[in-house]
Write a protein that binds this ligand. Structure first.
Ligand code: SF4
Ligand code: SF4
Length: 483
């Protein structure tokens, strides 16, 4: 067992209101500069929809991530031959039109325009070329709230039946906030010929060394989530840094801190690095269980011993026990990985959306009138859709999570209204009363310190000379592939 510690974010999709405050906080801090205008390290997509960049989930086009090939994993796009051929050209990368041409408005024209018969307007111009843009044709959330539109929703690769969006009665919509997943098996790191991208041993954050990056853009192609961006001004790759200057001092990420819906939870997970490769060889529909098996119990003395041996401090071990992320991902099994079939083992997890519960006509309405929630199968977001997003197509996994969420709501509703409650409802879903109360606190009333348990790195207590050139607690040698 090789015990490592990872900082992880969980998103509760039911609570996201699509306000984009997270994206704006991130942009203001990290990407509000030349060459990074089009980058949204944090973005929020409307689902069903094509997302940003458009159709990023379609690996038939972009060829990102890994595939299980017999007993080993290989990058979908790269072998030795294509690597050499693609040194100067990445055929599978999204193009500018897949993102959008970044633009701003000429506000000076509102004040400085020559006198005329028309009202002066602030015309749009390209932030890359400076040329005037007559008609803006795209933006980072261009299809925001347009899930009902066949133009966008029907192109969502997760939809089994595109006609579903055309049927008003079955129409559904949800938001999907996304950051870099700081994966345990990051395709971006594996694909970089310059070894410029690395995963820090101490907290698992994946970073690009700007001094080493040569701008080959293999990482942009290889990341199946399209979360590495090319800065056209500096010629280097850039990506979400999980706000490490904040987390190192125990503060939570800007996106999580500013989140209006309080949908985000940040904390520590302990995992077995030796189990990662084997876990990812499982068939698609077994990957969620395989993920869960890699995550370790922080109460287990052997795990704690192993963690200490790898340099994980007591402060981090304490945080792993209190981690809201551990509770949501492992203990209660509510949070699921986004597209586990990409086989990068993403370390951002999502609690699938249950709402709106008043969805399909008939049974659901009747049940609600009696103070009960409907069966998971009758909810508006089709099970198959959520399974395609969050469980490698395994409907049972998603149904089990939704059943827990339904039971939790029914139980807390009865409790808060002082109505009789059948204890079997919780039991049937695999929960008990204590778990329901703990989850209710986390979901509904928990404060900042309950939702975010982030131990500081305490770098001031470490000997800088001993650690010079090292890449983390877990890896005390210089970073590099195969080391
Ligand atoms: S999401 Fe993409 S960029 Fe982030 S670690 Fe995973 S493979 Fe790399
Ligand atoms: S700030 Fe929170 S609620 Fe608003 S869009 Fe972002 S994740 Fe959703």
């Amino acid at each position: 067992m090789d015990v490592r510690a990872q900082l992880v974010m969980v998103f509760h999709l039911d609570k996201c209101i699509g306000c984009h405050t997270c994206s704006i906080s991130c942009k203001n801090i990290w990407t509000d500069r030349r060459g990074a205008e089009y980058m949204w390290w944090n973005n929020v997509e409307t689902k069903p929809g094509v997302g940003y960049p458009k159709k990023w989930e379609d690996q038939g086009t972009f060829k990102g991530g890994w595939v299980a090939d017999g007993n080993h994993l290989r990058l979908r796009a790269l072998g030795k031959g294509p690597t050499l051929l693609n040194m100067f050209f990445q055929p599978n990368m999204p193009k500018m039109e897949d993102y959008y041409e970044p633009f701003d408005f000429d506000y000076g024209n509102l004040y400085g325009a020559a006198e005329g018969t028309d009202q002066p307007v602030a015309e749009a111009f390209s932030q890359i070329s400076g040329r005037k843009i007559e008609t803006i044709r795209g933006g980072p959330n261009w299809d925001d709230d347009l899930s009902g539109s066949p133009l966008y929703a029907a192109k969502d690769v997760n939809l089994e039946e595109s006609r579903i969006v055309e049927e008003y009665g079955k129409m559904f919509m949800q938001y999907l906030p996304r950051i870099c997943n700081h994966c345990l098996n990051p395709a971006c790191v594996a694909s970089c010929p310059s070894r410029a991208i690395y995963k820090r041993g101490e907290d698992g954050i994946v970073l690009v060394d700007q001094n080493v990056c040569k701008g080959w853009r293999f990482c942009t192609s290889a990341c199946p989530y399209k979360k590495v961006y090319f800065n056209w001004d500096s010629g280097k790759a850039e990506k979400c840094i999980f706000c490490f200057p904040r987390t190192e001092t125990g503060q939570c990420n800007a996106c999580a801190h500013s989140c209006v819906g309080r949908i985000r939870y940040v904390g520590v997970l302990l995992y077995d690095a030796e189990g990662v490769a084997q876990a990812l060889l499982k068939p698609d529909d077994q990957l969620v269980d395989a993920h869960r098996a890699v995550i370790l119990d922080p109460h287990d003395s052997a795990v704690r011993e192993g963690a200490r041996k790898n340099g994980v401090s007591d402060l981090w071990l304490e945080a792993s026990v209190k981690s809201p992320v551990h509770a949501l991902v492992k203990e209660f099994g509510l949070a699921l990985p986004l597209h586990p079939e990409f086989r990068t083992l993403p370390m951002a997890y999502y609690i699938p959306s249950l709402s709106p519960v008043l969805s399909t006509p008939g049974d659901s309405h009747e049940l609600m009138e009696h103070g009960l929630f409907p069966e998971a199968e009758t909810l508006r977001a089709p099970l198959g859709y959520l399974a395609s997003l969050l469980s490698g197509g395994n409907r049972e996994v998603v149904a089990a999570v939704l059943a827990k969420l339904v039971a939790l709501r029914s139980f807390m509703r009865a409790r808060n209204l002082h109505q009789p409650m059948d204890a079997g409802v919780l039991e049937k879903a695999g929960l008990d009363e204590a778990a329901a109360v703990q989850l209710y606190r986390l979901f509904a009333i928990g404060g900042y310190d309950e939702r975010n348990v982030i131990p500081a790195q305490q770098r001031e207590e470490q000997d800088p000379y001993v650690r010079k050139g090292a890449s983390g607690f877990g890896i005390l040698t210089k970073a590099g592939r195969g080391k």
